[in-house]
Design a protein around this ligand. Structure first.
Ligand SMILES: [Zn+2]
Length: 142
């Protein structure tokens, strides 16, 4: 049976974790220099859980696989630096759609950061050349 087109897909926590955690070979996806612990240890909601619609809560476009906890590693850095995290797309505002907000992630192929849009099937798309986050040098690497 077809779903009505206006009805959003609700992803399960299991699907989100199985899709996001291996997305960068189980390594931390943001790898902040001098902070990162290496392996992806926690699932970070880009839009805080309490601000998510049911459809956003476990959408892989809203998740990052990163190291640390609320106080350690890259996860702790995000919590301590919310404004800088937003400039990089690691956090998104309550009114933003995570699937349309680009994010700087470690690209293992170029050994540097690349600006991506995250798909809910676990795929990464390189963000357009005119994406505003490319114009902000503060938003690149840490
Ligand atoms: Zn890290």
């Amino acid at each position: 049976m077809n779903r009505p087109v206006d009805e959003p897909v609700i992803y399960s926590e299991r699907y989100a974790r199985d899709t996001v955690m291996p997305r960068n070979g189980r390594m931390c996806e943001i790898q902040i220099e001098g902070v990162c612990r290496g392996m992806a240890e926690t699932y970070q909601h880009r839009k805080r859980r309490g601000r998510c619609s049911p459809a956003e809560r476990w959408a892989p476009s809203n998740g990052l696989a990163i190291c640390g906890s609320g106080t350690t590693g890259c996860h702790g850095w995000i919590h301590r630096n919310p404004e800088a995290a937003r400039e990089r797309g690691w956090e998104v505002s309550a009114w933003d759609d995570p699937a349309r907000e680009s994010v700087w992630l470690r690209n293992p192929n170029i050994l540097g950061m690349e600006l991506y849009l995250l798909r809910d099937d676990g795929g990464l798309e390189i963000a357009p050349d005119d994406d505003p986050k490319r114009q902000n040098p503060q938003g690149r690497a840490v």
